[in-house]
Design a protein around this ligand. Structure first.
Ligand code: NAD
Ligand code: UDP
Ligand code: UDP
Length: 320
């Protein structure tokens, strides 16, 4: 009898995790969604809650977890600077202890394991666009270090479990991703600008707004993660997943103001410490090894994301 693949998604009630759970259920996997609801919520998984193949567990990955699974997507970790700096010690614990526990679990049950790493491992990059062979330029003692260095240490652990215990590992370096189910108050640039524009409130540019980012729509990202997980064992990564094409924060603000037909004006706030000045993925490796390339343009992705925020803002009357 053919049984379904049992897949654990940590951080499964978060923004990306909830889309991933949805996709895996469509692929007929048995999905175990594990989350402590620090930044995620049950609302994110409300649409799949009744699915017979879904099991949801409240659990903090900094504590051991004993379950039987075939694949693990390790996404548990707050991703917005506002949230990961709220309790920085817990952020490092989540990245490091969380990785150790999930790797220990993968080792015991011989599961394949994928780490949601980040473009933040490149820090404020001196190489542009960023290639996987670049070792990065991070500040180990700054306010972003709990996230950047935590994620770097998690990568180290993945590669040591691979070398030492021959685990099947996959490391994805995810660049800025956006889409429906981002939290309206989570402080990231796309959600901030859309919420501000929809309300006609000033759009907050940090610094001069000349810093750049590249934005990937969540459906494209999920497709990349799934392809990476299902790639041959020798494909370990690290592998960049993101949508090349840089925008300055001023260009992004102007685009969102235009797409929302808003009258919002730009206001300038101080640039947070260690804010990277530029970021764009080189995705040659993902193209060659996964045959993956993003297909959703920034304009189309923003329109879908704006429609989502428009609906939740009017339904919930969410306050600032
Ligand atoms: P998110 O904050 O929406 O999701 C993270 C989820 O992890 C939340 O549901 C949260 O409650 C959960 N979580 C946090 N700490 C936990 C713990 N100790 N135990 C169990 N669950 C815990 O963020 P996201 O954007 O969906 O990010 C998902 C993953 O992707 C993160 O690992 C993040 O670092 C990575 N990533 C995201 C982006 C992006 O642009 N969204 C970019 C790079 C990397
Ligand atoms: N672990 C877990 N679930 C398992 C197996 C291990 O959470 O199914 C945790 C366990 O708490 C341990 C960590 O993973 O601390 C690392 O496990 P490993 O076997 O690599 O190391 P050890 O147990 O020898 O410290
Ligand atoms: N940013 C901004 N206004 C905001 C929120 C963010 O100008 O209201 C800037 C921020 O300083 C950074 C970029 O937008 O340069 C992306 O920020 P985000 O927090 O989304 O992600 P990250 O810095 O982790 O790439």
């Amino acid at each position: 009898m053919k049984t379904s693949k049992r897949v654990l998604v940590t951080g499964g009630a978060g923004f990306i995790g909830s889309h991933l759970c949805e996709r895996l259920l469509k692929d007929n996997c048995d999905v175990l969604c594990v989350d402590n609801y620090f930044t995620g919520s049950k609302d994110n998984i409300a649409g799949i809650m009744g699915e017979p193949r879904l099991e949801v567990m409240r659990h903090d990955v900094t504590f051991p977890l004993y379950v039987e699974v075939d694949e693990i997507y390790n996404l548990a970790c707050p991703a917005s600077p506002v949230h990961y700096q709220f309790d920085p010690v817990q952020t490092t614990k989540t990245s490091v202890h969380g990785a150790i526990n999930m790797l220990g679990l993968a080792k015991r049950v011989r599961a394949r394991i994928l780490q949601a790493s980040t473009s933040e491992v490149y820090g404020d990059p001196e190489i542009h666009p960023q290639v996987e062979s670049y070792w990065g330029n991070t500040n180990p003692i700054g306010p972003r270090a709990c996230y950047d260095e935590g994620k770097r240490c998690a990568e180290t652990l993945f590669f040591d479990y691979w070398r030492q215990h021959q685990l099947e590992i996959k490391v994805a370096r995810i660049f800025n991703t956006y889409g429906p189910r981002m939290h309206p108050n989570d402080g990231r640039v796309v959600s901030n600008f859309i919420v501000q524009s929809l309300r006609g409130a000033p759009v907050t540019i940090y610094g001069k707004g000349t810093q750049t980012r590249s934005f990937c729509y969540v459906d494209d990202l999920v497709e990349g993660l799934v392809r990476l997980m299902r790639s041959p064992p020798e494909v370990t990564g690290p592998i960049n997943l993101g949508n090349p094409g840089e925008l300055t924060m001023i260009q992004l603000a102007e685009k969102i103001i235009a797409l929302t037909n808003s009258k919002s004006e730009l206001v300038f706030h101080p640039l947070p410490q260690d804010d990277p000045t530029q970021r764009e993925p080189d995705i040659t490796l993902a193209r060659n090894e996964l045959d993956w390339t993003p297909s959703v343009t920034v304009d189309d992705g923003l329109k879908k994301t704006i429609a989502y925020f428009d609906q939740i803002l009017s339904a919930n009357n969410i306050s600032d």
